[in-house]
Design a protein around this ligand. Structure first.
Ligand code: KG4
Ligand code: ZN
Length: 339
């Protein structure tokens, strides 16, 4: 088999996605059905609604991914599916679908860790990228600074102690009246604001040099807003957004720079929904230039949830001989390195 064609499925949160990836890096199709508009009504993802929508969309999305790749299930060598972490009801839809196809067509099944997927998104557009490298994963549910030791082998250097970076974006966006999803909205209005207007904290953790904390920052923003309201001071939404975003950026860049120096790494990558933020990307790029390190980042569409990244991760698991049985189950709180 010189070409390994993987059909990948992702349904861990509010995107129903399927993709066909050949040999881990050659993306033949990438279909994403986003539920964002539906959840916007409620100010966040409603798990029950997400599960139901996944059921409605999954067959359609898979058929489209195969059609876009000019393939049928008979061409597929393995099925990769996210089995955790994520919303249990949402994950179950993808896992059940993948198992059904695997059983009916006798195609090997590979369960994929969602965060390993985010990291592996970097392989798709960077054919030269090989481990070892450092990767900062910043999404709605996770903030991890990871050393990618080898394909499928990860060492976690730091993680958030409370809110994930994306969660902080979403909560602050709600507090300043921007609504859901917060990240892209904060980025957009921040262009009109001054990032130095308000001095929000840059949290440091005494007993975890690579760990993050964003709940203090979120509270500082809420306190600032309350203070303004009490004093009758008009709130400049753009300044708050830009100053908050700058605080997150400084902390992320600071930790990344520290790890690059400490671990003597010459490759640094970012991943996850927050990695699509232009200000954060530009700051990371500049830091990498200063440190003499090659910077890798997926296109925005491969940063937020998608199945292409799951196909990339599944390929390296597949060639390492990893297979999942038909007893594969959703694991909502699956830890990185446990898969
Ligand atoms: O990776 P992702 O799609 O889903 C998870 O695995 O969590 O990340 C979604 C998160 C949300 O919190 C969203 O607000 C954030 O990524 N996000 C952004 C941007 N686009 C998405 N955060 C900051 N700037 C953005 N442009
Ligand atoms: Zn994700």
């Amino acid at each position: 088999m010189d070409e390994i064609k993987i059909l990948a499925i992702e349904s861990s949160c509010d995107e129903t996605a399927a993709a066909v990836v050949v040999n881990g890096r050659d993306l033949r199709s990438n279909v994403i059905s986003s539920q964002i508009a539906l959840h916007t009504l409620y100010g966040g993802v409603v798990p029950e609604i997400a599960s139901r929508k996944h059921i409605e969309k999954i067959n359609q999305v898979i058929e489209q991914a195969l059609a876009d790749a000019s393939m049928t299930l008979d061409d597929i060598d393995a099925i990769g599916v996210t089995y955790g972490p994520g919303l249990v009801g949402a994950l179950l839809v993808g896992v059940a679908e993948a198992k059904a196809i695997s059983y009916a067509k006798n195609i090997p099944l590979v369960g994929v860790h969602h965060i390993e997927g985010h990291i592996s998104a970097n392989y798709i557009e960077n054919p030269d990228l090989e481990p070892p490298f450092l990767c900062l994963v910043v999404s709605g549910g996770h903030t991890h600074l990871v050393k990618v030791v080898d394909y499928g082998k990860y060492e976690i250097l730091g993680r958030t102690r409370d809110d994930a970076a994306g969660e902080a974006f979403d909560k602050v966006a709600r507090a300043i009246g921007l609504g859901y999803p917060g990240g892209p909205k904060i980025e957009k209005v921040s262009h009109e604001g001054n990032p130095a207007a308000i001095s929000f904290p840059r949290a440091k953790i005494a007993d975890g040099e690579y760990d993050f904390s964003f709940s203090g920052l979120k509270s500082a923003v809420l306190n600032y807003l309350n203070g303004c309201r009490m004093k009758g001071i008009e709130i400049n939404q753009a300044d708050v957004a830009a100053s908050f975003q700058q605080s997150v950026t400084d902390v992320l860049v600071g930790h990344a720079r520290h790890a690059i120096r400490q671990y003597h790494m010459n490759k640094f990558a970012i991943a996850g929904g927050v990695a699509s933020n232009g200000v954060i990307r530009a700051a990371m790029e500049q830091m990498c230039r200063e440190e003499g390190v090659t910077f890798y980042h997926p296109s925005p569409i491969l940063c937020t949830d998608n199945a292409a990244m799951i196909g990339a991760a599944a390929y390296y698991d597949f060639v390492a001989g990893k297979r999942s049985g038909l007893d594969l189950n959703a694991v909502p709180n699956l830890k990185l390195g446990e898969s």
